[in-house]
Design a protein around this ligand. Structure first.
Ligand code: AHM
Ligand code: MG
Length: 338
């Protein structure tokens, strides 16, 4: 039998190194981990769960409408994290406004932000999806936080992580001291430490971008991808491979494992809708940038470091260029030249 370090043990042991630690952070991470296990279970059941629910038509026995997995995941994250006294409020990609806790629950010192099920277009086709989360400190003396209290730069994140629901379920976490990887042991029901201090290789020959948007990109991105496609004969002097899962969690996970560059750049298609790119700063770009930087990679909008951006609103979208340092710096330099 393999007796590994559990996620809980890992966090408690790290907390012991800080004299002021109260256990609240461990409590919060435990609840996030429990929520991710529940979501993982739902994702794993996939069509089976739907068939069972579907027997009575589109409504279940209580007369409630059958809910999609991304809505259920949002409910699980809220239900698991609202009661424990660790958070003051939450913000979710699935909610229009921030989520203030019901009166009966004690207020904690953290703000929790999440994308409950990222990669939604992959749910129905049984391709990896994930949950992304970011933890901020609630400003001192605030009892009932407002959306403005969430608008903190990415550099202030206390922790960030994601759960990947793939062939196995993994939790990847940073508290600003390296990136660590835990794998869910389904027999024991615990996340077990499987890799400490994950690092992204500096050099890469693999890019990830949705090529169907090519005609909408700006010149620096067109130039870079064109150079990648020219391979050894082009100015970059190396052949590139390409991947696009359309699940950012899977994309970042691959980059943590073997390097690569991921881009969802600014494009005229999203600009026409009044958005700067597709991905959300608070639920996707900031937590992933924290993880990538902690693993030795880089993350920019093409023009500036994502973690240093001053957020304007909770659902703000930003262009994202992240991954192996050398290539991210190259793409950023192309933008800044123009
Ligand atoms: P979602 O949060 O609605 O699932 O959207 C985010 C996802 C990312 O995981 C992924 O990188 C991107 O959208 C894929 O977009 P596209 O379908 O345009 O390729
Ligand atoms: Mg998402």
């Amino acid at each position: 039998m393999h007796i590994g370090t559990t996620l809980t043990q890992f966090i408690i042991e790290k907390e012991h190194q800080h004299v002021e630690a109260t256990g609240a952070f461990t409590g919060l991470l435990n609840e996030i981990a429990t929520a991710c296990k529940i979501i993982s279970n739902g994702v794993n059941h996939g069509g089976l769960a739907e068939d069972v629910l579907g027997v009575a038509g589109t409504e279940n026995v209580q007369g409630e409408e059958q809910k999609k997995l991304d809505v259920l995941s949002n409910e699980v994250m809220i239900a698991r994290n609202q009661w424990g006294g660790h958070v003051a409020a939450m913000a979710s990609e699935e909610e229009d406004d921030i989520y203030n806790l019901p009166k009966e629950y004690p207020r904690g010192k953290y703000l929790l932000l999440f994308d409950p099920l990222d990669g939604s277009s992959n749910i129905d086709v049984n391709i990896s999806v994930g949950t992304i989360f970011s933890i901020l400190r609630c400003p001192e003396g605030i009892e009932e936080p407002t959306a403005d209290d969430f608008l903190q730069e990415g550099t202030t994140q206390v922790a960030a992580g994601y759960a990947l629901y793939g062939p196995s379920t993994e939790m990847v976490l940073t508290t600003g001291n390296g990136v660590h990887r835990f794998t869910l042991d389904p027999n024991v029901g615990e996340f077990i430490l499987t890799e400490e201090n994950v690092t992204i290789p500096e050099e890469t020959q693999e890019f990830a971008i949705n090529m169907s948007n090519q005609r909408f990109w700006e010149a620096p991105v067109k130039r870079y991808i064109d150079e990648c496609l020219q391979g050894k004969e082009g100015p970059l002097g190396k052949d590139f491979n390409m991947r696009w899962v359309a699940s950012m969690v899977a994309e970042v996970h691959r980059i943590l494992n073997r390097g690569g560059i991921f881009m969802y750049p600014l494009d005229s298609k999203t600009m026409a809708k009044g958005q700067a790119g597709k991905l959300r700063l608070m639920y996707e770009a900031n937590p992933m940038s924290f993880i990538v930087e902690q693993a030795g990679g880089a993350s920019t909008t093409g023009r500036e470091r994502i973690l240093s951006m001053k957020p304007e609103h909770i659902h703000q979208r930003v262009p994202v260029v992240l991954g192996s340092r050398t290539e991210v710096e190259r793409v950023t330099a192309y933008h800044n030249e123009g």
